[in-house]
Design a protein around this ligand. Structure first.
Ligand SMILES: [Zn+2]
Length: 322
């Protein structure tokens, strides 16, 4: 029997699953991602959840055939590590992953991906048509995409392709992105930036609203909760829909996907309010084939499922490689 390991390393949690060669999960484990003292502590946490998942599956880690990892970025693929992760404290400069996991599992077949690439591998693997051309887009605390073109998962230099959240959509640069540049998609539409954007819009035109724009805890959740009940909330959601549609149209023109799966907390919690405006505007914005735009089928499991699918298919999500 062959066994496969999937790992999802996020800024909040680290998870692992162990499955047999049919993809049936036999063991799993989860822990909080350590925020210090160094990256080695995070490596140890990854190895810890993998050991626990193997325990629950009743196998020795060295029985594993291959492993896949979906991790926060940025990555250094040549070193098999996460390098200066943006969403963890500065003391965590490097998180070695591929090497230590290869040693634990006694296999060289360890595939490291950024989390959105793991996402597209998972969606590809589980999609009926197992398409060669598709995109996984996450709209969460950040915005990013995993892209599969002509059957190839696009990694790019150091594994950092698909940073679509940092495409410039607004030449006037009304909002400044967390990366420091003006006018980036993520500066308007990510979960972290939606409340800031709403505040800026309200400052520009201080209409009456029941949204708690002055409250320090004002969040994206408030905006979507007031949909249909507050004109200003509807205005913000319509602006978000405009920017999201523009970003997705750029993705369509760049990669010609057959289907785009959308995940991430902002989309998962508000599927219609986020996806309908995108679908509605594609015809006006796209000059080529308009892809299907769907909510992820894998929900919160998309990264760990993608990491597992990567382990089972040599890093591709291509079911013919099972
Ligand atoms: Zn940016």
């Amino acid at each position: 029997m062959a066994y496969y390991v999937g790992v999802d390393l996020g800024a909040t949690n680290v998870r692992s699953v162990v499955a047999d060669d049919t993809g049936t999960v036999l063991g799993q484990s989860r822990a909080q991602t350590p925020h210090g003292p160094t990256g080695i502590a995070v490596t140890e946490a990854v190895l810890g959840v993998v050991r626990e998942a193997c325990d629950e599956a009743g196998i020795d880690p060295s029985d594993a055939t291959a492993a896949g990892i979906g991790a926060i970025g940025p990555l250094d693929l040549a070193e098999g590590a996460v390098e200066n992760p943006a969403n963890l404290p500065d003391t965590i400069d490097r998180i070695p992953l591929t090497g230590p996991l290869s040693v634990l599992l006694d296999t060289d077949d360890v595939y490291l991906h950024n989390d959105t690439n793991a996402g597209v591998i998972g969606e590809r693997f589980h999609s009926d048509r197992n398409p060669d051309d598709m995109v996984y887009l996450t709209i969460s605390s950040g915005i990013g995409a995993g892209v599969c073109v002509d059957g190839h998962i696009i990694d790019g230099w150091d594994g950092n392709a698909g940073e679509v959240g940092h495409m410039t959509l607004d030449p006037h640069g009304f909002m400044t992105c967390g990366c420091g540049h003006d006018g980036h998609w993520e500066g308007y539409c990510s979960g972290n930036n939606i409340p800031k954007y709403a505040r800026e819009l309200h400052e520009e035109d201080p209409v009456e609203t029941s949204l708690p724009v002055e409250d320090p805890d004002f969040s994206a959740v408030d905006v979507f909760e007031h949909a249909g009940r507050d004109d200003f909330a509807d205005h913000v959601i319509s602006q978000l829909g405009h920017w999201n549609a523009m970003g997705v149209a750029n993705i369509v023109h760049a990669y010609a996907p057959l289907i785009i799966y959308v995940g991430g907390a902002v989309a998962l919690n508000n599927p219609d309010l986020v996806l309908d405006p995108i679908r509605a505007q594609m015809g006006d914005m796209v000059m080529s084939n308009i892809p299907e735009i769907q909510l992820t089928t894998l929900g919160d499991e998309v990264v760990v499922e993608g990491a597992l699918a990567s382990a089972m298919t040599g890093g591709t999500g291509d079911r013919s490689r099972l």
